[in-house]
Design a protein around this ligand. Structure first.
Ligand code: NDP
Length: 328
């Protein structure tokens, strides 16, 4: 038997989250059985656990789009008992039981070996949010964005994606401007590497199609009017890596920045990203993100705390990253 957070749906379509004792035989099909040691809470996990958006596709569901742990048994030759592994996305925690449990059974194709020198806890302090931040940095660099082009804006700065994007970009030599609704956290954002902190209210309302050119590039996890205003404020030839919808899924923009300033909108998806891109992102995260940056940006909780913290995450009250120690 092992412990898991189990989500069920009642007749009135409300989601209920509770700790449950499960048997290994109840786990879904897969070729690798993993002893999970740590998982994490991302925005999507918050949506799943609270039921605020239809993230969960089959019921009951063990949420958790990420986990790290050790292989117990494997029917696939790429993994052996004792191997340290991690997983992000692939619909885990949405259509296939996920990481907020002490055990998981998944397809070998979905796993990555834990990068050398990285602990499971550190991998989950990064989690999908940090891995997506790295995918955004890679997207900007693939478009030729270099530090000499000018400052880079990061929106949703105190969130998981935003906070790690700030740390990665500043360590890669970029001048980073951070947009936040929590100006009281400016000192923390500067400690991560932000050179300037701006009020997100200056970006969140409808704006003009073309505005003053302020940034060479941006990482946006917010969407909606914020993304539209960011596009309208990029330098000629600017690039925005768009990965999120914390303000909204809408994109009330015009084509003006694209056709008059040659702006590039680079979409970033972490869930179905191919293996080679994931492996590159994780190897760069291991090399470029110092452990002490993560330590100051991460809170660790027990499995039973996940429902309460998920609600606070969606309310924008969590700073940085949350690791779930599933053995606690
Ligand atoms: P978090 O909840 O950790 O952070 C989101 C941040 O966005 C908040 O901390 C807040 O930052 C800001 N924010 C919240 N509400 C609003 C609002 N109404 N208007 C403007 N800003 C707001 O989430 P994550 O960092 O984990 O994820 C961020 C987004 O990225 C989510 O939409 C998530 O679904 C998406 N995502 C997408 C992925 C992909 O594969 N494309 C992968 C991972 C995440 P502050 O307080 O500083 O203003």
């Amino acid at each position: 038997m092992f412990q898991a957070l189990l989500l069920t749906q009642s007749d009135d379509r409300r989601t209920h989250a509770a700790l449950a004792e499960l048997d290994e035989s109840q786990l879904p099909a897969g070729d690798v059985l993993v002893q999970v040691s740590h998982s994490t809470l991302n925005y999507k996990d918050g949506l799943a656990i609270t039921g605020k958006a239809p993230v969960v596709r089959t019921w009951p569901m063990v949420p958790g789009i990420d986990f790290a742990g050790t292989v117990i048994e494997s029917a696939d030759t790429r993994y052996r008992a004792g191997d340290a592994v991690l997983l992000n996305g692939w619909g885990v925690g949405e259509t296939h039981w996920g990481g907020l449990a002490q055990k998981a059974r998944v397809k070998a194709d979905w796993l990555l070996p834990l990068p050398a020198g990285m602990t499971a806890e550190r991998a989950m302090a990064i989690g999908t949010a940090g891995y997506t931040a790295m995918l955004c940095v890679m997207a900007l660099q693939a478009q030729g964005v270099t530090p000499d082009r000018g400052p880079v804006l990061v929106t949703g700065a105190n969130g998981g994606v935003g906070s790690i994007a700030i740390a990665l970009l500043s360590r890669a030599g970029f001048t980073v401007h951070a947009s936040t609704g929590r100006l009281g956290e400016a000192a923390h954002l500067k400690s991560l590497g932000a050179a300037e902190v701006i009020d997100r209210a200056t970006l969140s309302a409808p704006g003009k199609p073309l505005q003053k050119e302020r940034w060479a590039a941006a990482v946006d996890s917010v969407g909606s009017h914020t993304l539209a205003n960011v596009c309208a404020s990029l330098h000629y030839g600017g690039v925005v890596a768009a990965c999120g919808l914390a303000q909204g899924m809408d994109f009330p923009a015009t084509v003006a920045p694209f056709i008059l300033r040659g702006v590039t909108l680079a979409g970033v998806d972490s869930v179905m990203a191919p293996y080679a891109r994931r492996a590159e992102a994780w190897s760069r995260l291991a090399a470029e993100l110092p452990a002490e940056v993560l330590a100051g940006n991460t809170a660790t909780i027990a499995l039973g705390d996940a429902p309460a913290v998920a609600a606070r995450l969606l309310a924008g009250q969590v700073r940085g990253r949350v690791v779930v120690d599933v053995g606690r």
